[in-house]
Design a protein around this ligand. Structure first.
Ligand code: SF4
Ligand code: SF4
Length: 291
């Protein structure tokens, strides 16, 4: 593929994602009156041969999939593909200002808008993954969405358990879209109250610039030794100055919260996200003086 063609792909994929988010009726909170779940998305690209993906395997465990492994599992007839021929397309879907405002004043349970974003918004995110794959296939480009693949799974093994064999947030980090906070959420230029998604395509596109070298660069706790404002936001003390206790968080979000969401909003999902709102990194990269 020529350089010109690669740049063309970068621009139409970006436009396609932004257009789908702006116009799809599926981008909604599932209420009687239409209300969008997400605002304008950010889009970034990383190359399949980026050494970060091997680093993820080394840190997370051998079960973790690189772009090459995930692509080859989806397209077993394309075993000769190289990692460098693959691009990981990542996006960030920012929750709306109304959702963030509602959630910021909650301190024990999710707001209705947050719960709806988690359920209906993630359904839309799934539709967006399928849409991106379909548009690429229309252009004759093989593509797949790792988290929609039948082999995508969660694992309770390894030092970062519970985790999955493909992480949307790690793909977004590789694409220059954000760095991890004390609570493990991804802090992006549009904040941490987001959903994220990705698609792997056999279509080399220039990788997006990665404006950081440290995976915690945009979290004030790690960069300046300040903030820690997500710590008291957690109702079950799953965040401390040492980091995020994923098992404690999961026990609360999956068990206590899923029962609450069904009872209160009749929504069958799990959610909490209190540490993602009412904090300086909720809707932007926090400045040092905000710590
Ligand atoms: S609230 Fe502060 S400490 Fe917590 S993730 Fe955001 S910037 Fe980091
Ligand atoms: S999602 Fe909820 S339970 Fe988990 S760390 Fe954040 S505030 Fe705590």
């Amino acid at each position: 593929m020529t350089e010109k063609a690669a740049v063309h792909h970068e621009s139409w994929i970006q436009t396609e994602i932004q257009h789908f988010v702006a116009t799809s009726p599926g981008n909604c909170l599932g209420k009687e009156e239409f209300e969008p779940a997400f605002g304008k998305p950010l889009v970034g690209f990383s190359n399949g041969a980026d050494p970060l993906y091997d680093e993820y395997v080394a840190h997370i465990g051998n079960f973790y999939l690189t772009p090459l492994k995930t692509f080859q599992q989806a397209f077993p007839e394309q075993q000769t593909v190289t990692a460098a021929e693959l691009t990981v397309i990542s996006w960030i879907l920012p929750s709306t200002a109304a959702t963030r405002k509602d959630h910021s004043i909650r301190n024990r349970h999710p707001s209705e808008r947050w719960a709806r974003t988690r359920y209906y918004g993630e359904k839309f995110n799934e539709a967006l993954r399928r849409h991106v794959v379909d548009r690429l296939l229309d252009q004759g480009i093989s593509a797949m969405a790792p988290v929609l693949a039948p082999f995508w799974q969660k694992s309770m093994d390894g030092p970062y358990a519970p985790c999955s064999n493909w992480s949307e947030r790690h793909a977004a980090y590789a694409a220059g879209l954000g760095t991890f906070g004390l609570c493990d959420g991804l802090i992006t230029p549009v904040g941490k109250a987001i959903r994220t998604g990705s698609v792997v395509a056999r279509c080399p596109i220039p990788p997006s610039p990665r404006p950081y070298t440290d995976h915690h660069a945009w979290c004030l706790h790690y960069s300046h030794g300040t903030c820690g404002k997500c710590i008291p936001r957690c109702p079950v003390n799953a965040i401390s100055h040492s980091g995020h206790d994923k098992k404690r968080c999961m026990a609360y979000t999956h068990e206590v919260m899923s029962a609450y969401l069904i009872k209160t909003y009749q929504i069958k999902t799990y959610a909490c996200g209190l540490c993602q709102a009412g904090v300086p990194c909720m809707d932007h990269i926090p400045a040092p003086e905000e710590g």
